[in-house]
Design a protein around this ligand. Structure first.
Ligand SMILES: Cc1ncc(CO)c(N)n1
Length: 245
């Protein structure tokens, strides 16, 4: 389907460079939606301790994710970009972390448990990669590094809400789905896509290809974040779990 520039950017009306990134990631993206963690989250059957494992990892993730947005501010004097980055940081602490805190409290996970928590190998690889980009690369690289985070969650949130609409009322993970299904959450991706599109139009093909590669890698990290949580896997190999404790 061709991009309709007069129409708003939606999950299916994407400008050309965003469409290229999305197409390149498609296999991972669709397998990601079909993976057991996401299926069971949608059905409400995901074991609580698996969701708790994910939430603890995601708490740690969000700290690094906030830092990446803070570092983006140091790369530009464009106030529109600076305001966006500040708004995302605000949403991390006041929307996503509020959601987490409600779940963590209901699971009996304490502040001390959180202070003792360590990142899994998969989560650490993801945020180390994002932080390296944020410290060492340009604004465009940071925008592309954070886009999979915003976009995959918005896409899966909306799809889960639609696919499992009939059982959402009794789904213990409903407030998680409700957080990511909103148009407000999707609008972050729209903002990123628009700004990436404008910058990408000024770049040569090899540079664009590198950005696409970064984007696909980000979608892969999103996949593995859930897959490793599903298996409660802290280390690269399961038999190494706990060796450093
Ligand atoms: C791992 C991960 N990616 C993206 C989001 C959405 O902000 C999140 N909370 N966690």
């Amino acid at each position: 389907m061709a991009f309709e520039p007069q129409e708003p950017i939606t999950l299916t009306n994407l400008p050309p460079f965003a469409q290229r990134m999305r197409d390149a990631a498609d296999v991972v993206w669709e397998e990601g939606y079909r993976q057991p963690f996401i299926r069971e989250l949608g059905a409400g059957t995901l074991p609580r301790d698996t969701f708790a494992f994910y939430l603890i990892q995601d708490e740690l993730y969000l700290n690094d994710y906030a830092k990446v947005h803070a570092l983006a501010v140091t790369k530009t004097d464009d106030n529109e970009v600076m305001v966006f980055m500040a708004q995302v940081q605000h949403a991390i602490f006041h929307v996503e972390k509020t959601l987490h805190n409600e779940y963590l409290a209901s699971f009996g996970i304490t502040a001390q448990d959180m202070r003792d928590a360590r990142q899994s190998a998969f989560a650490r690889a993801y945020t180390a990669n994002m932080l390296a980009t944020a410290y060492g690369e340009d604004l465009i690289d940071i925008l592309v590094a954070v886009l999979p985070c915003a976009w995959v969650y918005a896409d899966y949130g909306q799809r889960l809400a639609r696919e499992f609409a009939g059982t959402l009322d009794s789904n213990p993970y409903r407030s998680w789905i409700d957080t990511y299904r909103t148009d407000e959450f999707w609008q972050s991706s729209v903002w990123l896509i628009e700004h990436i599109e404008a910058i990408a139009a000024t770049l040569d093909e090899p540079r664009k290809r590198r950005l696409i590669e970064h984007f696909v890698r980000g979608v892969e990290y999103e996949y593995m974040f859930w897959a490793s949580a599903y298996d409660h896997q802290m280390s690269w190999r399961p038999e190494w779990n706990g060796l450093a404790d």
